[in-house]
Design a protein around this ligand. Structure first.
Ligand code: P6P
Length: 335
């Protein structure tokens, strides 16, 4: 079968009325930036870009050199095209305006430039996550509150996982599709159209070391998975935890599973670890478009009305029926 490149896929999506020319340009530019990040990541120690940058970000996390580099690559790639009104990054406290030297467009781009970067120095897969919103009508200098739109307002979302192969997974609201980077051509090639997450699973992903900090419904739910055949679930479960959300979510998209990062008592000020705007919302859009589900334990993540740019949220996402079981435990406990 003739290979379909990302460029051709996006032209066909535009021809089908799913996206317009500006959104197509935006996605192509983000994909090109991810190729540059993939190139830097794959050099490893030889690129002199491993280790700490010696700086911290708004999250209070030590930044890796590659966090800073990836952030710069995405910001610089997107400033001149005339398609963006601004962008927001996990690595930037405030939204980044488009320089006045360049025209502004109708879209807002939000991203985690290098998620899981604590894995970089031990050569474990990391990724880039991005989300696209429309800039509110008539706003040319968007500030943080213009980004605070629920996940259902997303026009596109995707991630690039820098693993044994570099893969871009994308949705524009018409299914979830996977592209694999052909390094010789420098093109992302469509390798899976309309990904579907199995509705049931025997595999869960959670950081078990936090168990003593979990609230009762979380503990009950996991204890039943661990009981396997001998317990109420009547089947044995396997566990995987890469500690790179992109890698864990990609596995779940590919073969099913449930990914959980719950709120816990370790830090009551934080309702979970993952950020709503540029991690949970884009991943939820991608997963729902593949037939999966994504909640914060009580409601659909994409229906949460954001209150601040870097807010955190508990995440239960993946195989639809398993997410419903875990969510039911939490809803019952809340009652
Ligand atoms: P923990 C990476 O730092 C990240 O934000 C996600 O990619 C990942 O799922 C999670 O944190 C890992 O958290 O507490 O297991 O290190």
């Amino acid at each position: 079968m003739k290979q379909v490149s990302l460029a051709r896929f996006l032209i066909e999506a535009q021809r089908a009325g799913q996206i317009n020319a500006d959104l197509r340009l935006l996605i192509e530019i983000v994909a090109r930036a991810c190729k540059a990040i993939s190139h830097a990541v794959s050099k490893g120690e030889l690129g002199g870009v491993l280790g700490d940058a010696g700086t911290g970000n708004i999250q209070g996390e030590a930044q890796k050199k590659l966090d800073v580099l990836s952030n710069e690559i995405l910001i610089e790639a997107n400033e001149w095209g005339g398609h963006l009104a601004g962008c927001a990054s996990e690595e930037e406290e405030h939204p980044v305006p488009i320089p006045n030297a360049f025209p502004k467009g109708n879209y807002l781009l939000l991203f985690d430039p290098l998620d899981g970067s604590s894995n970089i120095d031990v050569n474990i897969s990391v990724g880039t996550i991005f989300s696209v919103l429309r800039c509110p009508e008539g706003v040319t200098e968007p500030t943080a509150e213009h980004y605070l739109q629920p996940g259902t307002a997303q026009l596109a979302a995707g991630y690039t996982v820098y693993g044994p192969s570099t893969m871009l997974v994308l949705t524009v609201g018409h299914g979830t599709h996977a592209f694999t980077l052909d390094r010789e051509l420098g093109s992302f090639i469509l390798t899976e159209r309309d990904m579907r997450i199995p509705e049931d699973t025997k595999e869960f992903a959670i950081n078990m070391s936090n168990m003593r900090h979990w609230y009762p419904p979380m503990r009950s739910y996991i204890e039943e998975l661990l009981a396997g055949k001998t317990g109420p679930r009547g089947k044995d479960f396997n566990m995987r935890w890469v500690a790179s959300m992109v890698a864990d979510v990609h596995r779940i998209l590919s073969r099913g599973g449930i990914f959980i990062y719950p709120r816990d008592t370790k830090d009551a000020s934080k309702p979970g670890k993952l950020r709503l705007m540029y991690e949970a919302n884009p991943m939820s859009f991608i997963v729902e478009q593949a037939g999966g589900a994504s909640t914060n334990g009580l409601q659909r993540i994409m229906e949460i009305q954001p209150e601040e740019l870097h807010q955190r949220v508990p995440v239960f996402l993946g195989s639809k029926n398993e997410v419903e079981v875990a969510t039911r435990y939490h809803r019952e406990a809340q009652r």
